[in-house]
Design a protein around this ligand. Sequence first.
Ligand code: IP8
Length: 261
Amino acid sequence: MIVKLGGSVITHKESSPPAVNEKHLSRITKELAVHNGKLIVVLGGGAYGHQAAHKHGFGNPNTASTQLLAGIPEIRHNMSLLASKVEKELNTQGIPGVVISPFMFVTLRDNLIDQFPTKIIEETLNSGTTVIIHGDVCIDETNSASILSGDTIAKYLAEQLNPKAVFIGTNVDGVMDDNPTVNPNAKHIPLINNSNKNRILSLTGPSSTTDVTGGMTKKITELLTLASQNMDIVIFNLLVTGRLTALLENSPVICTRIQFT
Ligand code: IP8
């Protein structure tokens, strides 16, 4: 099972210096405790990742390599802080987990994954330990450094490890046909499949806050490329108490499912 915890839910996304949303984090880790079996928890950047990335020019194609490289320590430091707070909370809830940071072993090429060995992740899961992994800044062989988003990690690990389910927790009920903060009549889309995917991709947009990794359109595009027929792929609202529990227990819940058949 792979569960992505959106940065806008587990952090106060506009807060500077960055801060964890302790209330949400504590509730979410309690919800995760209902899961039995292998678990990978993927963290988004939220206030810890996106502000620092933006400040150092990530997301802007004209930023000089030297400036990107100079941003590595601050972004890494922030993401390590966030990840260790989540690690502590999971362990407090009785979920033994460890942080495995992408910067240590993942390299990118032109913003895409180049090397991302998964043995350490698989062996950690086999040992009965939950893996906590997070969006990160990584060395990019063509571009000095780039941001690896949590969504890309979730999709890549889903491809490699073929989990039963990938649950992407966000701050909305799933995919909407318009921005609900601007259009109160925006409608929720319960299912994305081959027949409606192009129309939906033309309707969704980047997230409204400081997000250097692409928002909802990128999320859907990444998830659509997941090839497995048997995987349950879901985008859901992690702000609402009980939705993660319902997904983990296979109960009906408001969300957007992505299916390929
Ligand atoms: O929030 C971004 O991960 P995301 C990570 O999943 C950083 O897009 C470091 C900005």
